[in-house]
Design a protein around this ligand. Structure first.
Ligand SMILES: [Zn+2]
Length: 420
């Protein structure tokens, strides 16, 4: 049992301390297994122990907060609550950190008080910044990350995941790996999963609502468009004789913007990058690579968006006489979270007279991995000022953070008590 009541200043102080742990300014840059990340890892472990919990890490560097008598072993059932410890480059102090800190404090509040043990956690990498490896923290926790990834996945400096983990292990932020097909043998079996997170969008703030009950997470499809025209002298080739790959790509960027406007409110279409070849003042561009992404919460709408984007790009190519090749390098299906847990959360919010709404998330989260494995999973959002996230300006008021924490703690107590 926690050795004292959890107070608002516990949450605020931890978030402030974690927010100061950054590898670069402005904002927070806490990349998996880096110096600031390891500082954060140690801070959370020390805080958990001060509150009477055990803090256990796994061979991927995920960290778990649990009552000392709830010993981790495969098959140990738990309600798991947490989020990620890593951040984007020059991100904010709340994305991930709020959910990880809250998971710790909820576990401390409820230790020994529920029939299903409540285990807090912080995942090693969710934002896919250092390794670009999809949700590798959550996938490791659930025993889904394969050992071959330790050698095949590298960061921008060429350091393998396995070597980065050896460094983290030397600093006490990961445990030694036992050989086997997977990076981690799960320490707990999640019977339910909760993730508390800032909204990262403007909906709750604009509606003056305290709680978002998230029952669906958008999926994405990515289109890599290769446009081939003709590289020609910029001074001697008249407009009518040009097959300009960049001008075609520019039209595709505008087509992406138009597609979002033509589609329903849940649609997102983004042109994120363009690479030009040869890329010089005096050459009509001969080739371009354009990166497009569509997102939607409904699978059929996501397919339709991707197909329509594909069609519009090819139409631009035909009209301009440039060759268009499109492949789809990656995708993520939309994820449905637990409607049963969402109903229970909504009932609790009504009972507590908390202004709330059911909503979807346009951003991906650790919770997706749990839900995709059939674990009843729910996310709770709190308002973000101005809807800003992944930026140093990210902010949620201490009052709103505490309200979200209390609500999620009460929900966890209810869900863990029910599951005897
Ligand atoms: Zn996040």
């Amino acid at each position: 049992m926690a050795n004292r009541e959890i107070e608002p200043q516990d949450l605020q102080k931890l978030l402030e301390s974690l927010g100061a742990m950054t590898d670069a300014t402005p904002g927070v840059t806490r990349l998996a297994y880096g110096p600031a990340w390891c500082d954060g890892h140690r801070l959370l472990a020390t805080t958990a122990r001060d509150l009477g919990l055990a803090a256990t890490s796994d061979p991927a560097g995920n960290l778990y907060f649990h009552a000392p008598d709830v010993r981790p072993h495969a098959g140990r059932d738990a309600l798991m609550i947490g989020s990620h410890l890593d951040s984007v480059v020059h991100g904010g102090a709340y994305d991930g950190a709020y959910g990880a800190v809250s998971g710790l404090l909820v576990a401390a509040s409820l230790a020994g008080k529920t029939s299903l043990p409540v285990v807090g956690f912080a995942t090693c990498e969710e934002d896919e910044v250092r390794f670009g490896n999809r949700m590798m923290g959550a996938r490791s926790m659930l025993g889904l990350a394969e050992s071959s990834e330790l050698e095949s996945v590298h960061d921008g400096a060429g350091i393998s995941w396995g070597d980065a983990l050896k460094d983290a292990e030397a600093l006490g932020c990961a445990t030694p790996r036992v050989t086997g097909a997977h990076v981690v043998t799960p320490l707990f079996t999640p019977k339910r999963m909760l993730e508390l997170h800032i909204e990262q969008g403007p909906v709750l703030e604009a509606a003056h609502e305290s709680i978002g009950i998230v029952d669906r997470i958008a999926g994405f499809r990515r289109l890599r468009v290769r446009v081939t025209g003709e590289a020609r002298h910029a001074g001697t080739t008249p407009a009518a004789a040009r097959h300009d790959a960049l001008a075609a790509a520019a039209e595709m960027v505008l087509a992406a913007e138009a597609l979002a406007k033509d589609s329903d409110e849940a649609s997102r279409v983004t042109a994120g990058n363009v690479r030009v070849d040869p890329g010089n003042y005096n050459v009509v561009p001969g080739a371009c690579e354009l990166w497009l992404e569509v997102r939607h919460v409904m699978p059929s709408s996501l397919d339709a968006l991707a197909d329509e984007m594909d069609k519009r790009c090819r139409a631009v190519g035909n009209r301009r006489g440039v060759r268009v090749l499109i492949d789809r390098p990656s995708e993520q299906p939309p994820t449905t979270l637990s409607s049963e847990l969402a109903d229970q959360a909504a009932a609790l919010a009504r009972r507590l007279k908390i202004a709330h709404r059911r909503m979807t998330s346009g951003a991906g989260h650790d919770a997706m991995v749990f839900a995709q494995q059939g674990v009843p999973t729910l996310m709770i959002f709190v308002p973000s000022r101005g809807g800003i996230s992944h930026a140093p300006e990210e902010f949620t008021s201490p009052e709103a953070l505490w309200d979200g924490f209390k609500f999620t703690r009460d929900l966890a107590a209810q869900l863990a008590g029910d599951a005897a």
